[in-house]
Write a protein that binds this ligand. Sequence first.
Ligand SMILES: Cc1cc2nc3c(=O)[nH]c(=O)nc-3n(C[C@H](O)[C@H](O)[C@H](O)COP(=O)(O)O)c2cc1C
Length: 198
Amino acid sequence: MDVIEAMETCIAMRYLKSDPIPEADLQRLIYAATRASSPGNSQGWEFIVLTDSNIKKVIGEAVASGMAPVFENLPDDIDPVSDRMYKGAIHLAENFSNVPAWIIGAARKIYPPHEPSIEFMHSTIYPAAQNLIVAARSMGIGSTFTTFQMVAEDAIRSELSVPEDVHLCFCAAVGYPERSFGPVRRKPLEEVTHWNKW
Ligand SMILES: Cc1cc2nc3c(=O)[nH]c(=O)nc-3n(C[C@H](O)[C@H](O)[C@H](O)COP(=O)(O)O)c2cc1C
């Protein structure tokens, strides 16, 4: 698949089949993630792959209860697109353990060496995450970039023995899609591009 076509159609896939993804394909996703650029080629990224049912159950319970207040307090006048998105996010959180694999993207604050900064740390992990999502799409695998790790940080750290200096940065759902891939809806170029002056 052409890389632009993969980018155009890698919608957040929140409805996933529970069929397992072969380990070689999960490794290929991480391979793609780790082909990304990083500041000074520092590569301060790490990836935790969750496929074990018991671990997914424990972390899934923490995610579902952590997300519950967010989902319970959604505004009433929500537009149909956001409504669909939240319904999908609720489905994903509540079905955490049925998702065949979750990939947690983690990073260490190591760049620049003389004065490591949180900005450089995030700028390391996000291109890797996008590579992973686009690669998944090209392989016919659905994914959703989430920040579920933020509401379940304690459970993730203790269950997975994550070292203290490792920051948890994203938590991507990975599985075969239950729904069709489709075009991402983004602003037109004219709205976001400035040629030679603002
Ligand atoms: C930083 C970031 C955080 C996100 N967090 C979540 C999340 O917690 N749960 C979720 O279901 N989707 C999450 N998403 C996915 C976006 O909601 C989604 O990509 C966006 O609504 C556009 O939809 P599309 O990718 O299907 O076109 C996140 C995406 C990014 C980049």
